[in-house]
Design a protein around this ligand. Structure first.
Ligand SMILES: Cc1cc2nc3c(=O)[nH]c(=O)nc-3n(C[C@H](O)[C@H](O)[C@H](O)COP(=O)(O)O)c2cc1C
Length: 212
């Protein structure tokens, strides 16, 4: 009898985890589809702009933020592709598994930064930290003489210690870390709308008036 109860209990727990994972992955897919419509337009860059936006995004929220920043500065942008973390089950498992590492396979690995004074580097927060692709991007590039702004979207929480570590990493690459800006989207069951997300990004940018 006791054995049977334990088996039932364990089966219920496995079922609950499976339902949770399916819910999260389906929610991400829906967001990805909605966000893809919003970022269908691509901001037109001014070829003389001194600002470059480099970002990684799985489900498109950080991409929306990146596009709004690029639009604001008429800046060029680079999307860091990371095949391992594509939207869907496999990508989610990999993201979950790797969220605490600072290494990833990214394309492009390096970017010619010679034209730019300021870089905006963006990613989602994974397990309280910026996601591995942006750490890898910093590792691969040299930021001598560049201002660097880190931007993130996340649901509920990041840890400042990881932001400090990111800043330190940018500094080892000779960059000047200016600021961390972010949008908190709230928990999955009550996330802010795209309009509010974009509105919040615009407000953050208004406070960065010293960057031209
Ligand atoms: C593996 C994984 C770990 C996450 N960890 C956190 C976390 O620690 N804190 C948080 O607030 N959000 C966390 N999130 C949620 C994302 O940061 C959030 O949904 C983000 O806006 C997604 O950005 P994207 O659409 O650009 O990929 C996590 C998401 C994934 C996939």
């Amino acid at each position: 009898m006791f054995k049977k109860m334990i088996t039932i209990l364990l089966s219920l727990m496995v079922l609950a985890v499976a339902i949770f994972v399916i819910y999260v992955i389906e929610t991400e897919k829906t967001q990805f589809r909605i966000n893809a419509k919003w970022v269908d337009y691509k901001p037109v860059a001014n070829p003389d702009s001194k600002v470059l936006v480099v970002y990684f995004s799985r489900s498109g929220n950080t991409e929306l933020m990146a596009m709004e920043i690029a639009k604001h500065y008429q800046a060029s942008f680079v999307h860091l592709e990371a095949e391992d973390y594509r939207i869907g089950f496999r990508g989610w498992i990999n993201a979950f598994k790797d969220s605490q590492t600072q290494h990833a396979v990214i394309t492009p690995e390096k970017v010619d930064l010679s034209q730019y004074d300021t870089l905006f580097i963006g990613s989602p927060i994974w397990w309280y930290s910026p996601a591995p692709p942006v750490w890898q991007f910093v590792e691969n590039n040299d930021f001598t003489g560049k201002n660097v702004v880190l931007f993130n979207t996340f649901n509920s929480r990041f840890k400042q210690e990881y932001i400090n570590e990111f800043k330190a990493k940018v500094e080892t690459k000779k960059g000047h870390f200016v600021k961390h800006i972010y949008v908190k989207r709230e928990r999955m069951t009550r996330q802010i709308s795209t309009e509010i997300l974009l509105e919040q990004v615009r407000k953050k940018l208004d406070n960065l008036q010293h960057i031209k």
